[in-house]
Write a protein that binds this ligand. Structure first.
Ligand SMILES: [Cu+2]
Length: 221
């Protein structure tokens, strides 16, 4: 069975979050104002109001909440669908021709980064601190494997996380959109030294990356 391709879907979920967050802040602000306002306005009233029902007002809450919830469900499922389409098209074609393929193997408790055909192997985790070196602004294919248990490849600053599952190869196509140094770690508890399973991503322009690759990883990253 060919490996499953997963492409970068951060932007899709960034968009969903950019809609959820303002709505959440708006609702929070509205109810804070209403509660505080009601406390201030009615604090002097000694006897409770004799009105028990406010059908029109309550009805409008229901309509409003239903509309907001339907809208959020709609955009969430649209994003999920888009995500599936991206994954499906990446699987079906090779239109995302990667600039480089890197084998990333997780094991207790280290990461091994191999650049096939270039004789470069870096290791990070309980054994040391060699970085995962990647070029920026080109598709980078990562073949993610695990030698023992489930681990998870996680780079928080890039908002990317994916499980490494024993017995299968997870093919990821990532686009690193900025240069720099980003810390990563294993995000799935995998045993005693799980906390030591950390690594650094060094993202650099393609030209510098090519030099690094040609010289067998000897130029300082
Ligand atoms: Cu792990």
């Amino acid at each position: 069975m060919p490996p499953l391709a997963i492409v970068d879907t951060r932007k899709v979920y960034d968009w969903v979050l950019s809609i959820y967050v303002p709505i959440a802040i708006g609702v929070f602000a509205l109810f804070t104002v209403l509660i505080v306002g009601a406390v201030l306005v009615y604090r002097r009233r000694e006897r409770p109001s004799r009105r028990h029902e406010a059908n029109r007002l309550e009805g409008s809450y229901v309509v409003l909440l239903t509309l907001v919830a339907s809208f959020l469900l709609y955009i969430t499922f649209t994003a999920l669908h888009q995500d599936n389409l991206i994954v499906a098209s990446a699987r079906a074609s090779s239109h995302e021709r990667p600039a480089v393929t890197i084998d990333v193997t997780a094991s207790r408790w280290e990461w091994t980064f191999t650049y096939p055909g270039h004789g470069i192997t870096h290791r990070s985790g309980a054994v040391g601190q060699e970085p995962l070196v990647v070029p920026t602004n080109v598709p980078v294919r990562i073949e993610l494997r695990s030698e023992d248990v489930i681990h998870s490849f996680w780079v928080p600053q890039l908002a990317f996380k994916h499980d490494a599952i024993p017995g299968s190869v997870q093919t990821l196509t990532l686009d690193f959109d900025r240069s720099g140094s980003f810390s990563g770690s294993c995000a799935e508890y995998c045993g005693l030294l799980h906390a030591y399973m950390v690594f650094t991503v060094e993202a650099m322009p393609l030209g510098r990356f090519d030099t690094w690759l040609r010289t067998g990883g000897t130029v300082s990253a």
